[in-house]
Design a protein around this ligand. Structure first.
Ligand SMILES: Cc1cc2nc3c(=O)[nH]c(=O)nc-3n(C[C@H](O)[C@H](O)[C@H](O)COP(=O)(O)OP(=O)(O)OC[C@H]3O[C@@H](n4cnc5c(N)ncnc54)[C@H](O)[C@@H]3O)c2cc1C
Length: 339
């Protein structure tokens, strides 16, 4: 029996030929659909309902929900726990793993544990440094980084063994991803770094927030020149601003987020800046959709999660497709009106 023919315990779907996971996100991407992912802000709470409430907001609009891992080096409910809750009711999470807080022993255990619970997608991150967050006195681990984490996860999945060489009796069936920032100069270097992540095992990329489409196009040209367009699924990060002031704050304080002055001027000139922020995001999604080699968007609407439905609806990028969500059933239903 070939590896991909083996049934996946506890998971409702088989692995299709050429796929590495049984997950719905991989199915959407390989079918050539424009994929939508979003980010669930993990609660500062031990109540599972806080996770379910946040997940339900995305029902029918996203193909997978990212569970962040101590984003900004701040403490919240763990990524593994959010994924455990989400898979329990059938959501398709992307389990984010940052190398800041755990060594290779803990991380390899989490990859197996996540896959055993039905996690089909893993985003491999180096992670923000401890000084960025609310526990700057914490000890940073960084035993692995995003590259070696990708290689580690691939070893578990494809070679059925731990880094130590010890055999794994049932390998994790996962789609592997990484982050990239196309907006940090020099752009050519970012494309080369993406190539290294693809060589290390990245099958999909979720990028930093995009507010500069010409710069994204330049990055994608470099990605194409490196022959990577058919080797990796690229989902471009987007997100709405509540106000020009919020955009200015992010520009000044969040490393790696590049916001051109014209974006801030557009928000400043609007009578309702929050509405304009959502319009701007919708416009970005439409422009990004048209770029060759882009396979989807990753909508990070921190504290504005309810705006995801409006932005996706108005942009028209789902073209009537209704992403699966718990309660929809397994019957394919591609008509939003009929769902
Ligand atoms: C979609 C998305 C989700 C994220 N989620 C989380 C999260 O859940 N938790 C969290 O802690 N952080 C998160 N981050 C933040 C992210 O970890 C940091 O922005 C990080 O600095 C860059 O991403 P990375 O982790 O893939 O690191 P890497 O790409 O591995 O890089 C780490 C840093 O080192 C630099 N670097 C590495 N190698 C080289 C080299 N050879 N030459 C020069 N510079 C080098 C990179 O430029 C970067 O600044 C997320 C970022 C994105 C875009």
């Amino acid at each position: 029996m070939r590896f991909e023919d083996e049934p996946v315990p506890g998971y409702p779907l088989p692995i299709l030929p050429g796929h590495t996971s049984p997950g719905r996100l991989e199915r959407v991407l390989r079918a050539g659909e424009f994929a939508i992912t979003s980010e669930l802000a993990p609660p500062d709470s031990a109540d599972p309902e806080d996770v379910y409430r946040r997940a339900r907001i995305f029902d029918g609009y996203v193909d997978a929900i990212n569970a962040t891992d101590g984003s900004g080096a701040n403490c919240h409910m763990s990524s593994l726990a959010v994924c455990a809750l989400l898979t329990r009711v059938g959501y398709a999470p992307v389990m984010q793993i940052s190398c800041r807080d755990k060594n290779r022993i803990a991380i390899q255990g989490d990859i197996l544990g996540g896959a055993a619970m039905g996690v089909c997608n893993i985003l491999c991150l180096t992670g923000d440094g401890v000084q960025a967050g609310d526990h700057p006195q914490a000890l940073p681990v960084f035993d692995l980084d995003s590259m070696s984490l990708l290689q580690t996860a691939r070893t578990l999945r494809d070679e059925h063994r731990f880094l130590s060489g010890r055999k794994i009796s049932y390998a994790p069936r996962v789609l592997l991803g990484a982050a990239e920032n196309p907006f940090a100069q020099p752009v050519q270097f970012r494309a080369q770094r993406l190539a290294k992540k693809v060589a290390a095992g990245a099958q999909f990329i979720q990028t930093q927030y995009c507010y500069d489409v010409p710069l994204l196009k330049e990055f994608m040209r470099h990605v194409e020149d490196l022959g990577l367009l058919d080797k990796v699924f690229i989902l471009v990060g987007v997100g709405p601003f509540k106000s020009a002031k919020a955009a200015e704050w992010i520009s000044a304080h969040v490393p790696g987020v590049h916001i051109p002055p014209a974006v801030i001027a557009r928000l400043k000139g609007a009578s309702d800046q929050a509405v304009e922020g959502r319009r701007l995001c919708t416009d970005l999604v439409q422009e990004i959709r048209a770029i060759r080699g882009v396979h989807g968007v990753h909508l990070m609407a921190y504290r504005q999660e309810e705006s995801v439905a409006e932005i996706i609806d108005r942009s028209g990028v789902l073209a009537g497709r209704v992403p699966w969500h718990p309660g929809r059933g397994e019957q394919p239903n591609n008509d939003r009106k009929a769902s």
